[in-house]
Design a protein around this ligand. Sequence first.
Ligand SMILES: [Fe+2]
Length: 436
Amino acid sequence: MYKNISNCTSLVVIMSCNRLLRLSTSVQNLLRADIQGLGSWQCRIRKILPTVTGRRYKHGVPDSLSCSWLMHDKHLELKFNDVVMRLDYVWLRDHCRSASCYNPKTNQRSLDTAQVDLAIKPAKIRSDNDAIYITWPDNHMTKYALSWLAKYSFEGQVQIVQPRILWNAAVYKEAEMPYVTYNSVMESDEELKKFLETFLLYGIAFIDEAPASVEATETVALRVGLIRESIFGRMWDFTSDFSRGDTAYTKVALDRHVDTTYFQEPCGVQLFHCLRHDGTGGRTLLQDGFNAAENVRNENPHHFEVLTKVPIKHEFIENIGGCHNHMIGIGPVLNVYPWNNELYLLRYNNYDRTIISTVPHDVVHQWYVAHRALTTELRKAENEIWVKLKPGKVLFVDNWRVLHGRDAFTGYRRLCGCYLMRDDVLNTARFLGIKI
Ligand SMILES: [Fe+2]
């Protein structure tokens, strides 16, 4: 499917188009009753005009040449630039941006939504070329820029939340990842932006030539976002001494997984920095879980849907030395936004998945079949990349998307890292001008 990476942009576009198609279908299904008979806007206007009073039907022309509208019982049907928007009256009143309803300095709502009559209807509507003006029954007037409505209405949501380049081994090999160094990221916002753009598109990215120390790893982590402290501490730094009750603290191979599935919100981003390894083995396995999940969706949408619906519990129980922890997280393996079916979180960890008691036997069997389909996809060699981490090379992994694992190894191996708050990494990206 992904023959080369020279068309990264078109891959993103392809993803967008597929999702848009699904979104469009979803919208059409939801609104089928309204859409049926709509056919031609102009035809409908002609049909309605003779039978509807002026109080009930309004048309933007001649006030505005750029928009026209129909008032329904509970919503306004607004046509602007060939897009038909359906705007609930309560939504419109709730989104008034007048000085008494909204504070532009804090970007916060001042209006008490609970005071809005749920049966509210505009008393009067007029428009010009740029905006529509609604006077409410209490004479409060709201101005909505047409471009604002086009951007924020449900029908205007044409963008996916996060553009991504899905990858398998071949795609990743051909991708031209920028070489970013510790010093350049620390000194230059442009270099940090370049790094973050790569990270957000692929779900993994490296910062090279870092000092091989926990302190430097923490410093560069804080350049990207805020550290998420957990039961494993702020910065973790370990060897294979089995000091904690987790297989990661041994020398055995680790199958692909994402971390902290036993948190209600798994950690968003993880850093790995191998500070020293005197021995053999220990390569790191990385793979794009969303690419595998999308392959399952294309092959068998029912399997995909089952994995998005069945809640699965993950659990971490530790009683070693002074560490006594019991963590539980519940959620489906695949998490999608309900409005556009876009994947945003993968919760896959066969080590930490605990007893399934959330669904009856027939559903649980469907889940096992669907889970097997995803696992089969994940275990295809063509979807794996293997990298040898070494001192100076800091790996950032999107723990909501990219799975990691490792070879067994021999000798002394010291690894450090931390988790980052996902929101804060995205916050850094937005501050640098990345649209996300
Ligand atoms: Fe892990």
